[in-house]
Design a protein. Structure first.
Length: 188
């Protein structure tokens, strides 16, 4: 989404791994900034990082920044399937109309010195089903029902998911910010 212009993008698989930074932030923004600054400094280049997760209203916003490690933190195991099973158990007594949730994504762009130049955030609203549906996507996608589409995010084709997803919307928002600011790469 950000490519096709003068800027060349690559992902971490194209670079030698420095290991992952500790995600010690209490917010998606804090963790995105930690990761962007870490990789920007390590590779001495501009770095774009994201932090994303699921916030469930009935759980006061949990799992939030702990989404990927939720089951592990609850002592029930690890991995997407166990995360989903753990969440379903925690919500078992919650009425259907109270199972509101949102996926949130925050992107952070760092310069080679680790200074954060831009951040962008977006989300997608939905409700959590009582059992998984769909085989696409990952994480909590099989439980996350988008009412306006009548499907879970795991039932959506990749193009359709990208159009409505928290990450897709945040990327489009970041692109708009970059165009508005001008060449952020000359600012650093």
């Amino acid at each position: 989404m950000l490519g096709g212009g003068e800027i060349e993008f690559m992902d971490l698989t194209a670079l030698p791994s420095p290991g992952a930074p500790q995600e010690t932030g209490q917010t998606f923004r804090a963790n995105a900034c930690l990761k962007a600054a870490y990789y920007g400094k390590h590779y001495n280049m501009y770095a774009l990082a994201d932090d994303s997760g699921l916030s469930v209203d009935a759980l006061d916003g949990a799992p939030g920044v702990h989404s990927a490690r939720w089951a592990e933190m609850q002592g029930t195991g690890s991995g997407d399937g166990v995360n989903n099973a753990t969440l379903l158990k925690q919500l078992s007594d919650v009425r259907d109309d109270r199972r509101t949730a949102r996926f949130t994504c925050v992107l952070a762009l760092s310069d080679p010195r680790g200074r954060i130049l831009l951040t962008a955030q977006d989300s997608v609203e939905g409700k959590l089903l009582r059992e998984p549906r769909g085989a696409n996507g990952f994480g909590y996608d099989p439980l996350f029902f988008v009412e306006s589409l009548g499907k879970t995010t795991a039932e959506l084709e990749p193009v359709e998911k990208h159009r409505i997803s928290h990450r897709g919307k945040a990327l489009r928002h970041l692109k708009t910010l970059m165009e508005r600011v001008g060449n952020v790469f000359e600012v650093a």
